[in-house]
Design a protein around this ligand. Structure first.
Ligand code: BES
Ligand code: MN
Ligand code: ZN
Length: 498
């Protein structure tokens, strides 16, 4: 699939399909107006007969419009401009992509005017379009014997005015890079637990280092982690035949030696719950418990492709959580790398146990900021549903940058408090900290647990339990969230430094 920006008169563009917006009050976008004129009122005629209303979601495919060079014109109803939010733009692109994918058209031109959400940010509109089209055409077939049909759509052009071309071109490059990161994260998430093991994630990181000169990778095995005192992380993988790994990916984009921003991902390649075994129904979905890891690896790929002038260290804490005679038991106490002891009251609260040691390890990079990403708590789905990532932080400025990045990238997060009031829920009679805080405020107490290990730097925690994958039917699969948010956060940091 290849993207490009094109200019010129819409009516003269030769293409398989020209995609054009029509508003609900039947008011035509500038491009639609031009086509209407060239075709001697063909479109306004259809409006008059009621064949086109412009209501959101309407799709009308016209063939051989008189005087128009494009083979087809796809009119897209976009509703009224005040109701055009990101979610409408997203829905509409999805509908267009479904139509294109059925039709087998190989070449299309999107006339962006009037199509996107109501805002004049051409960079953003173009980038989101590129991201969404690229990710809509992702198909998982790695573990199917019958491979998916090749995608027929080859060339996607975006029609912009001359003055917007430069901006559009940079949006296009960034959009392709971020989409590739998203699709990598989805692929890793979708792979089953018997393939996507901690060692497999390590191999994928090594492959990234082979692809990009700006990336170096270091893999710590169980012995190396033992020497560092990562007993909490190691306790999680103890019951599994799959060895745990700490994966460290160093992206060097700024040679002035600035302190790196650190991203930490939860990489539980399968979460049975351990001895505190999960119920059987839907347990297959716990293969997605490494989606935090997938999103930080995907982000590393995206920023390397964008060649962002910034330094970033990605740390993945990878383990498989299994019950066995060697597994941790409820009541076991472990000493974390930080020296603090933890009572493991529930072996299913394993994410925080691997993250705490990775967060302690992060200190050695003298980080400018640390953001961890994890499918950490089912409670986050109860709090925020499947729309927003849960955000907790010890630094308001950092929290605001992440919220803002999420808004801009259409990959939103929402804040939850980390007040001291919640901390005592983690009191234990037998260790410094308990690994669970009871039934109430489960997402926050998980955040509080992590906060005990992040006092020495600016830190934020993203709980992606509700957004990392879809559970429903044909849509079942990893989403690649929050690669767009994280990539945008880093892009913004670069812009702020310039
Ligand atoms: N990976 C799960 C969280 C999860 C559950 C994400 C369902 C998405 C869907 C995590 O390791 C876990 O099991 N958390 C427990 C914590 C509890 C024992 C305090 C949970 O949320 O039930
Ligand atoms: Mn668990
Ligand atoms: Zn888990």
């Amino acid at each position: 699939m290849n993207f490009e920006i094109v200019n010129g008169k819409a009516a003269k563009i030769e293409t398989g399909c020209l995609i054009v917006a029509v508003e609900a009050n039947a008011s035509l976008s500038p491009t639609a107006t031009a086509l209407d004129k060239t075709s001697k009122g063909y479109i306004s005629d259809l409006i008059e007969t009621g064949d086109i209303t412009g209501k959101a979601g309407e799709l009308v495919l016209l063939h051989k419009l008189p005087g128009v060079a494009a083979r087809r014109v796809l009119l897209v109803g976009v509703g009224t401009s005040e109701e055009r939010k990101d979610r409408h733009y997203r829905k509409l692109i999805k509908a267009v992509d479904a139509t294109l994918s059925k039709s087998g058209i190989s070449q299309v031109v999107f006339a962006l005017d009037g199509l996107a959400s109501a805002s004049d940010d051409v960079y953003r509109q173009t980038r989101l379009l590129v991201e969404w089209v690229s990710t809509d055409f992702y198909q998982y077939d790695t573990t199917k014997s019958k491979k998916a049909d090749a995608i027929k759509l080859e060339q996607i052009s975006i029609l912009l005015s001359d003055k917007d071309t430069e901006l559009g071109e940079s949006a296009l490059l960034d959009g392709v890079a971020i989409a590739n990161g998203v699709n990598t994260a989805r692929e890793l998430g979708n792979l089953p637990g018997n393939i996507c093991t901690p060692s497999y994630l390590a191999e994928r990181a090594i492959a990234l280092a082979e692809e990009f000169d700006s990336i170096e990778v270091e893999i710590l095995d169980e012995e190396a982690m033992g020497e560092l005192g990562m007993n909490s992380l190691l306790s999680v993988g103890k019951g599994s035949a799959e060895p745990s790994r700490l994966i460290v990916i160093k992206y060097s984009g700024d040679d002035s030696g600035s302190d790196p921003h650190v991203l930490v991902g939860k990489g539980i390649t399968f979460d049975t719950g351990g001895i505190s075994l999960k119920p059987g129904a839907g347990m297959d979905e716990m293969k997605f418990d490494m989606c935090g890891a997938a999103s930080v690896i995907g982000t590393a790929e995206a920023i390397a492709e964008m060649q962002l002038p910034i330094n970033v260290v990605v740390i993945v804490a990878a383990a498989e959580n299994m019950p066995s005679d060697r597994a941790s038991k409820p009541g076991d106490v472990v000493t974390t790398m930080s020296g603090q002891t933890v009572e493991i009251l529930n072996t299913d609260a394993e994410g925080r146990l691997v993250l705490c040691d990775a967060l302690t390890y992060a200190k050695r990079f003298n980080p400018a900021s640390v953001v961890d990403v994890a499918t950490l708590t089912g409670a986050c789905i109860i709090a925020l549903g499947h729309h927003a990532t849960g955000l907790m932080s010890n630094n308001e400025e950092l929290a605001d940058s992440l919220l803002q990045a999420g808004d801009y990238a259409s990959d939103r997060a929402w804040p939850l408090p980390l007040w001291d009031d919640y901390q005592e829920l983690l009191d234990s009679n037998f260790a410094d900290i308990a690994n669970i805080g009871g039934r109430s405020a489960g997402t926050i107490t998980a955040g509080c647990f992590l906060s005990r290990f992040t006092k020495e730097y600016r830190w934020a925690h993203l709980d992606i339990a509700g957004v990392a994958w879809n559970s429903n039917g044909k849509e079942k699969g990893a989403t690649g969230r929050c690669v767009p948010l994280l990539s945008q956060y880093l892009v913004n940091l670069v812009e702020a430094a310039e």
